[in-house]
Design a protein around this ligand. Structure first.
Ligand code: FW2
Length: 289
């Protein structure tokens, strides 16, 4: 079955420390609402803002409630990355994941290949690659994956706006699980028989993504596309205020529980911004809640 995976928000307190109680409550709610698995420490989970110990704490907290976890470990110090990969052996999870080394311009492809190869060699778990070229400056292609050559590469989470990219990955490597990360291409991803979605909106409207998958399964593409337009309108509204922060507000406004706060420099929305966001989103979502 195609999966709806939530790149779970990381919960922070007002003081900027991690809030494991709220993280856990949010995770439990997402599973109740039909999410199939969680992607930890991703973009929506503010992975680049988390220390090694904080990433591990996310895993420790959520492994108490489920083994349906993909543990994202990427950062710019490979020693830390590999230490987390080694530590993940003590946990029963779906796999480890990493984005490529980011920020440094002009990294030779060969270094990216070596980075992922070291993760594959170190990991006892399946490995998932996280492709988000807009954020990392590196594009993971099927040629690059073949050069890494890790037998334990299980899948890729592809956050590109263009559906032809994940499709090409799937066509060139049919046994690879290919998940799309873009909220605006979820319906086309399901309809294209890719392996599922890992998108930010799964934090606040997971039930709409589940309904979209169900509509696709019964070949009701008209309904799947109707849901897609709803999700796109919500995501577009969130983007105006800064999606990374609006995601937290939308969990509170739509699902009714408190997922904690983002961590600065992702500043929480102020009251006026949150009201303006809800004024836009509420009428769009009302028929579907
Ligand atoms: C993550 C995701 C989804 C993102 C997408 C872009 O880790 O947050 O790639 O929402 O912001 O997989």
């Amino acid at each position: 079955m195609q999966k709806v995976i939530a790149p779970i928000l990381s919960a922070f307190t007002k003081e900027g420390t991690t809030d494991t109680r709220r993280l856990r409550e949010h995770a439990e709610r997402l599973f109740e609402l039909g999410v199939d698995a969680l992607f930890l420490n991703g973009t929506t989970g503010m992975g680049p803002a988390l220390s090694k110990d904080e990433k591990l704490a996310t895993l420790r907290t959520l492994s108490d409630i489920t083994d349906r976890l993909i543990f994202q470990v990427g950062e710019l110090n490979l020693e830390n990355v590999l230490e987390l990969v080694r530590m993940s052996k003590d946990y029963s999870i779906l796999g480890v994941a990493s984005y490529p080394p980011y920020y440094f311009p002009g990294l030779p492809e060969n270094w990216v290949v070596r980075y992922f190869a070291e993760i594959c060699r170190t990991s006892d778990h399946p490995v998932y690659l996280y492709n988000y070229p807009l954020a990392t400056g590196v594009n993971i292609t099927s040629e690059l994956i073949k050069k890494v050559g890790g037998q334990n590469i299980k899948g890729i989470k592809d956050t590109t706006a263009d559906i032809t990219h994940p499709l090409e990955l799937k066509f060139n490597m049919p046994s690879l699980e290919v998940y799309t990360g873009g909220d605006r291409i979820a319906a086309v991803s399901f309809a294209s028989q890719l392996d599922g979605v890992v998108c930010a909106s799964a934090n606040y409207i997971p039930h709409l993504l589940v309904k979209m998958r169900e509509a696709t399964e019964r070949c009701d593409l008209r309904h799947a596309h109707e849901l897609q337009s709803v999700i796109a309108r919500v995501v577009n509204a969130a983007a105006k205020y800064g999606s990374l922060s609006a995601n937290y507000s939308l969990v509170r406004l739509i699902l009714g529980h408190d997922p904690g706060l983002p961590r600065r420099p992702v500043y929480p929305l102020g009251r006026a911004e949150e009201e303006a966001l809800w004024k836009e989103v509420e009428p769009v979502l009302a028929p579907y809640l």
